[in-house]
Design a protein around this ligand. Structure first.
Ligand code: GP9
Ligand code: MN
Length: 626
């Protein structure tokens, strides 16, 4: 077709596309969404594809799902079909956009529970806005074109035949089969452990991953209905086989004492001892670790439930879920949790937190965990000056908590959840106590200031505990809940440390402080055992002189001489005494070099079994049979 004399380029395009069937519209949308998905992989997700075949898989994997997704428009009549193609394209783009925002911070992909738990985490707040970039608008360019074409085109009346529709479905299924075949050759290890969402996206594409996620979420519903006592017995047997005796010297060392647990928000272990421009980031904690039991190879094991996952790990000594937060997904399950166990030993339990009580569904879940009281935002006096980001700043939080704490029935098990050191690490000028580093990442620069503020708050809390007399009757336990600087900002940390981070060092960045302080303790001890948050509960119970043989849990008392160097992460990675399994690779810890997979293999079975059994307890609500 010739362009009319004097017409512009735009008009030529207009004429070319003017009279076409809705099938052409569909195919064009398919190609655009395919290219866009691939572009998102390339420019936004860092999927670590090293081989040519891996690259080819990445390139081909969106097509089958895109054909099928947009193919849903075939269920609609010819007249409205282009409209539906556009709607599906838009929704698919929104899903990619949501993945992209989530990935930008978490280096992970959205799951159904992440979406359904949005109301429990205050919806889309300041943290989400901080993750957007003007370049994201590129994602919507093809939609503008399609909209323009939809309006400008004169759509032919020809129906898309049944044969054409079936052919499209057949091509899509064949392409998917080819995709699976290629993955079996290129990434065979991923079929052994289907934990890692990044690997699933890398192999099968973002849309297929989401389809898989929907199926995976539906499975537990059926499992719960058919659950019985026999599954529980199987788990009990496993747990009993792995139980280790407590350290006899420290067993009961804290008998009858109050437990004060402090959750150091987003605090990673690298801040301990770290200096910025010659100034200590955590001067108080640096002193405290010298007069406490300090575990310097202690890892967080949280997944998508963040703070709530850490709380769950501690109170239940089970693993968090592979997707979503246990607090939000299974608040009605039976848990024989720490507050309940301690309640049987005469302890009163309370949580203190300066955020709304519904955040992470805490109000419901704390009842199931057996807490006696939850002091939340409504119990504090909040003003414009004493709040930031999610709620009450740490210093006023501790200060306003003191009268409540003093009135608690003793002995108590209390938990203080800090809040100021939270992404995007906002801090008012009057709270800045350290000059930040000057990296290209504002998030990293601010992090050091908010950690410094948190340290000051903890120092003040210790002073108040001493003044109130509570200090001498209490054991104070501090833990970092999860990382604050996600993989996406680690480049900024490299600038601070003045070195490039190897894969092994990146895993080691997941260490968080774990400190146990006895009143008046001056003989500090740094313990290098490789451990994680799942071990906190048996450690506390042993210190209180409570045997753990009868409880169903996966942790081990950290003072026990038999405690093995081993920590399992929810994505299937793990750390042992000498090796690290991460990103489907085995590394030697001593020199950070990649070693043969056989070195890590002896731990594969136990890793998979523990995660599977822990999931079973949650999915099937097995503790109701205990
Ligand atoms: C909010 C606090 C922070 O109440 O627990 O939540 P996080 O995002 O760290 O899970
Ligand atoms: Mn947190």
């Amino acid at each position: 077709m010739e362009a009319p004399c004097g017409s512009t380029h735009l008009e030529v395009v207009y004429i070319l596309f003017r009279r076409h069937s809705t099938f052409t519209f569909y195919l064009t949308a398919v190609v655009l969404l395919w290219i866009k998905t691939f572009a998102v992989y390339e420019f936004y997700f860092d999927l670590n594809v090293h081989s040519l075949m891996g690259q080819f898989i990445l390139w081909m994997n969106p097509i089958s799902s895109v054909l099928l997704l947009l193919g849903m428009s075939f269920f609609f009549g010819n007249r409205v079909r282009p409209g539906w193609v556009l709607i599906i394209s838009f929704l698919s783009t929104m899903l990619l956009f949501a993945d992209l925002l989530y990935y930008r911070f978490y280096i992970d992909f959205i799951t159904i529970p992440v979406i359904t738990q949005l109301p429990s985490v205050g919806g889309l707040g300041q943290s989400t806005v901080a993750l957007m970039s003007p370049f994201d608008l590129f994602l919507f360019l093809d939609l503008i074109f399609l909209l323009w074409w939809l309006k400008a085109g004169t759509w032919t009346e020809t129906q898309v035949t049944r044969k054409t529709k079936l052919s499209v479905a057949a091509v899509a299924v064949l392409l998917l089969a080819a995709n699976v075949g290629l993955v079996k050759v290129e990434h065979p290890q991923m079929f052994e452990a289907f934990y890692n969402r990044k690997s699933i996206v890398k192999a099968f594409g973002a849309f297929n991953y989401h389809a898989y996620d929907i199926v995976a979420q539906a499975k537990p519903v059926a499992a719960r209905a058919f659950a019985s006592n026999s599954e529980l017995e199987q788990i009990e047997q496993y747990v009993n086989e792995h139980e280790i005796p407590p350290n006899q010297d420290l067993f009961g060392a804290a008998k009858g004492k109050n437990i004060i647990l402090i959750s150091l928000e987003s605090t990673q272990n690298f801040v301990i001892g770290q200096k910025i421009n010659g100034e200590e980031v955590t001067p108080f904690l640096n002193d405290l670790v010298k007069n406490s039991y300090y575990f310097d190879h202690f890892y967080h094991q949280t997944e998508q439930g963040k703070t709530s996952d850490a709380e769950f790990l501690i109170d239940s000594s089970l693993y968090p879920l592979p997707s979503g937060s246990v607090f939000v997904r299974y608040p009605e399950n039976e848990y024989n949790a720490l507050p309940e166990i301690l309640g049987d030993h005469g302890y009163y339990s309370a949580v203190f937190h300066g955020n709304e009580r519904t955040f992470w569904n805490r109000d419901e879940m704390y009842d199931s965990l057996g807490y006696d009281h939850f002091f939340s935002q409504r119990d504090y006096h909040l003003t414009d000056e004493n709040t930031i980001n999610y709620g009450l700043k740490d210093i006023p939080f501790f200060k306003q908590s003191m009268p409540y704490l003093k009135d608690l029935q003793q002995p108590f098990y209390s938990k203080f959840l800090l809040l100021s050191n939270h992404f995007p690490f906002l801090i008012d000028p009057e709270d800045r106590m350290i000059e930040p580093p000057h990296t290209d990442f504002e998030i990293v620069n601010n992090y050091f200031m908010t950690v410094r503020y948190e340290d000051e708050a903890v120092k003040k809390f210790f002073q108040m505990l001493k003044e109130s007399g509570l200090y001498k009757n209490s054991v104070i336990i501090l833990y970092g809940d999860h990382y604050g600087i996600s993989e996406a900002y680690e480049k900024g940390l490299e600038k601070v440390f003045n070195e490039e981070l190897s894969p092994v060092e990146k895993v080691k960045l997941q260490r968080v402080p774990f400190i146990i302080h006895f009143p008046g303790q001056t003989d500090g001890k740094t313990i290098h055992t490789v451990a994680g948050q799942v071990d906190i509960r048996p450690t506390i119970l042993h210190l209180l002189g409570i045997r753990t043989d009868d409880f169903l849990h996966f942790g081990h008392g950290l003072f026990s001489p038999q405690k093995e160097d081993f920590v399992i992460f929810r994505n299937g990675s793990f750390v042992t005494e000498n090796y690290i399994w991460s990103g489907n690779r085995c590394y030697s810890k001593s020199d950070g070099k990649k070693v043969s997979k056989a070195k890590c293999e002896p731990w594969f079975e136990r890793r998979s079994r523990e995660l599977e059994l822990s999931d079973m307890i949650l999915y099937e609500d097995l503790l109701r049979f205990k």
